[in-house]
Design a protein around this ligand. Structure first.
Ligand code: SAH
Length: 244
């Protein structure tokens, strides 16, 4: 019996944003692994084993998923949003690199709607021109790297999507990031705080960088620093596609 490992994105929260391809993979799975809050979004059924784990157990979870797949199971490892954006897909390949005995496991990555796109759609079209995404967590990279990327993205006038802006364990980084962007001359830029997008707790706040406060973000927030050309129209913001 040959098993498989599917790395799937569940989208930002709303069940309507789980792709049909991901739903099909889940309906055929024997085992689903992932951070407990994401596994809880997978409907339970007979014959499906759920393996919730802690958020910090990512490499161990990836190894376990490969082991189960090599044993002949249909394994799905779930992430929120898209599995390739600051999530499990890269972790699985890292585990694979360290464990060549599993190189023949059939692996596929199924995309999902990443938080940045769901947030941008709610706000209007802030990613209508060039943009980048930066993970503000310094768990896996040193803070000076984050600061350098923020400065250069500001200088290049990218719209900047900030993932993992602030957590209980990292209360200060986001305030420092706002200071870096203000020092880089971005004070007039529009900032979107998109909380828990597509869930019942959704809340979208749009302010200027001068008004932005660290407390406006937590781990359920996706922050978009708009580019300098971004304008308001009605209740929306949009980045013009033409830049002079
Ligand atoms: N793979 C995920 C990102 C994981 S990092 C994706 O593609 O969306 C986790 C961060 O994503 C959170 O700290 C937050 O910044 C963002 N995020 C995830 N879901 C969100 C949602 N529904 N609303 C706003 N931000 C969200």
């Amino acid at each position: 019996m040959s098993g498989s490992l599917t790395i799937a994105g569940l989208g930002p929260g709303d069940a309507a944003l789980v792709t049909p391809e991901v739903s099909a993979a889940l309906s055929e799975a024997t085992d689903v692994l992932g951070y407990a809050a994401y596994v809880a979004r997978v409907p339970a059924r007979e014959g499906l084993r759920l393996h919730p784990s802690d958020n910090r157990m990512e490499l161990a979870r990836a190894g376990e998923a490969l082991r189960l797949a090599a044993g002949g199971n249909s394994v799905v490892i779930v992430s929120s949003g898209d599995p390739g954006v600051f999530a499990m897909a890269a972790t699985v390949f890292e585990a694979l690199e360290a464990a060549p005995q599993w190189k023949d496991v059939a692996i596929r990555v199924l995309p999902g709607v990443t938080a940045m796109l769901a947030a941008a759609a709610r706000a209007g079209a802030p990613l209508g021109h060039d943009f980048c995404a930066i993970n503000l967590s310094d768990n896996l990279k040193p803070w000076p790297v984050i600061e350098k990327r923020l400065r250069l993205a500001a200088e290049a006038d990218f719209a900047i999507a900030l993932y993992n802006p602030r957590s209980v364990g990292r209360p200060d980084g986001f305030g420092r990031a706002l200071d870096v962007l203000r020092d880089a001359g971005c004070s007039k830029r529009i900032v979107i705080f998109a909380h828990a997008v597509t869930t019942p707790k959704e809340r979208i706040e749009t302010v200027s960088l001068t008004e932005a406060r660290p407390e406006m973000a937590d781990m359920t927030t996706l922050v978009i620093i708009c580019n300098s050309q971004t304008r308001r129209v009605g209740g929306f913001v949009y980045a013009p596609r033409r830049v002079s």
